[in-house]
Write a protein of this length. Structure first.
Length: 120
């Protein structure tokens, strides 16, 4: 799950740079001062492929990562429920009602019970 989170964060940062390149390419079509135009051309030239195609593939990868993270969380929750149920079943199976009998009865009453048993 940690690997998927790291992969997702890398994809999101790359999506941000692609969005910046897309904005720069749109801005190049408008009239701008030469200095601003040079900076935007440089940003567009740094992108090896068309930003739109890469943007779509990165969005799909991000969706896959999010789905994998959701699946991992569901598995963890399901396993936690199974463990809790198993613990309850184990408690039920190992419960011994006579084990705690003497702890609940006060000492004076225990003496009475002992003397009554001896008299029979």
């Amino acid at each position: 799950m940690q690997a998927e989170k790291i992969k997702l964060s890398n994809i999101l940062t790359e999506l941000q740079t692609l969005e910046q390149a897309r904005r720069s390419s749109v801005a190049l079509k408008l009239w701008q001062p030469e200095i601003v135009r040079l900076v935007q051309e440089q940003v567009v030239r740094q992108q090896p492929i068309d930003p739109q195609f890469r943007h779509y593939s990165l969005e799909m990868e991000a969706k896959v990562c999010r789905e994998e993270i959701k699946k991992c969380r569901r598995r963890i929750d399901r396993n936690r429920l199974v463990i809790e149920k198993s613990n309850k079943d184990l408690e039920f199976l190992t419960y011994n009602p006579t084990q705690n009998l003497h702890e609940d009865v006060p000492q004076k009453r225990m003496k009475k019970l002992k003397t009554e048993k001896q008299s029979f």
